[in-house]
Design a protein around this ligand. Sequence first.
Ligand code: SF4
Length: 215
Amino acid sequence: MEPAIVYRYGQGAYINLTNRCPTACAFCIKRRWEMDYRGSNLDLGGAEPSPAEIAAKLSSEYAAAPFREMVFCGYGEPAMRFTELKEVCRLLRAGSVAGVPRDLRVRLNTNGLADLLTGRDAAAELAGLVDSVHVSLNTPDPAAWLEMMRPAPQYAEKGFESVLTFIRSATAVMKETVATAVEKPGLDRERFAALARELGAEPRFRPMLEEENGG
Ligand code: SF4
């Protein structure tokens, strides 16, 4: 089956930007599901789509059946291709994705490591491009974060704090910033919710297989 660059779920069009990830989350189901997501093959086989390819696909998908939201997600961390991510948004906002409303809601599902990946205040660069950010934080505890997210060595030391910084920065420019936690035994829901609110984000708990990707 051809890899899906854009796949549909609910009211959204989901963009499969990359299969690369700076984390190897303990709860990730991409291997168990063999890169399939509800009938779509998300295995890009190393051939990552260009912004122009994505725009063309969004255009044809919208013509076939309109969607209400565009979501950066997939079995990989979208911020691994931060430049391309922004370019797809710019094309949309410039009215260059034929037939798709330029004010379409845009959401980014992420593990929140974009600052470390880019070396910059990444959320600030998404102002006006992305409306909503859902950050897969999962725990209020730095040691538990390491165990659950299993970051590559270069992101281990600063990872957790960097995710918190990213969330705080996102709340300044996004219409919606959500800190999510996968429902796992032992999760201190109250502590997690308190941390999310302290950062300015909305806490949200999600079942293991609800939206298993993009962080
Ligand atoms: S859950 Fe998301 S961020 Fe984590 S390893 Fe899987 S694809 Fe990467």
